[in-house]
Design a protein around this ligand. Sequence first.
Ligand code: PMP
Length: 433
Amino acid sequence: VADDPALRHAVAVREQYTGRAQRYYFDEPMTVVSSQGVWMSDTEGLAYLDAINNVTHIGHADPTVADAVSRQVRRLNTNSRFVYAQFGRYAERLASLLPDPLAVVYFACTGSEANDLALRMARQVTGRTNVMVVDGAYHGNTTAVLEISPDRYDSPGGGGRPDTTHVVVQPNRYRGPYGYDDPLAAQKYAADVADVARRLSAEGRAPAALFTEALIGSGGQITLPPGYLASAFEAVRAAGGLCVSDEVQIGIGRLGTMWGFEAHGAVPDIVTLGKPLGNGMPLAAVATTREIADEFDRGIRYFNTFAGNPVCCAAGLAVLDVIERDGLVERAASTGAYLLSGLRGLADRHALIGDVRGEGMYAGIELVRNRTTKEPADAEALYISQRMREEGVLIYPNGRFGNILKIKPPLIFDPSHVQILVDTLDSILTEDW
Ligand code: PMP
């Protein structure tokens, strides 16, 4: 920052005029000025390989999206109470990609709004208030969804768990009681879901819903044991609750399948979508069954001025076109497999790596100071991400202890990009520090 006047100025203006609760990546922030494909450029014209951006899903400055948006912005943009073709067309497209009986779509602008709406829907439709969530989860920033986000209410200033939120054990096979080597891990973790649902029912406060992701994102890139989701959903439904899949991070292809829940043989009652839908344009959605929608529609109106506006829907349609045209879901699966095998190769050589996990183009590298005690190597994770940035590759730590390097590149990553990422990480891990 000290050496770069443009960056110094950008940071100073930001610090003076914007609230500091709005954090940025890196202690010494980088100011990005342009981006293309898998690359982002800073004020000095240096290019960085973007392995962190889960919003520019199909790549930065995608020409198909750019053309669709600019055409639409010149023709029509308006609030969502008018009828225009894009709203229905995009909803139809999403519904056609979702499995039965998910058939009705509501639009929102952010993942938080989508989860907020899903929460309201679940409560209204079941007539219940209590909600189950997975430990460590993050579901968004509205006041309502912060209350079902242990990641936030458990953090300093978060105020603790509200009485109506009930936490199930995180199915974490690296740190949890049942490991990768336990063939019954899924059933054992799901037994906790059943226990909590039964206890709540016995106490006269049966759950409205379980909120979960099919790969727990901000909670630490936790891959679920196969079968967990199906058993967990069964337990929640047995208690009369609804199953909400938060696909805000993983929807439309990141995990190498169109939907995260798809690989788990489970179909939720409500799905929430966000980040990647508009490739950076604010576009989010809630999908549910006709039955739940009809019941919800009997309640108060849902109006969201910008949600599903013509420009954002045009972006969303273009994103799906590109995903289909370029086979990006299949590509996420194959490039993702290459990424995981590269990262697992590093784990064989570097003791700091305690666990490598992931699906498709979503990976987590958990760093520990000691493989037996699993002491989180949080300072090391931050240091490595700063060094990676100096070497031109963007990744960042997250998870409860801040010791997991999160890797979430655009789906257009190819093996040569993976190689740059793996080689750079390898050389930094080999350094004397
Ligand atoms: N759900 C999950 C799983 C998320 O990771 C996030 C954002 N990190 C959200 C919801 C909230 O999305 P947004 O920031 O678009 O409101």
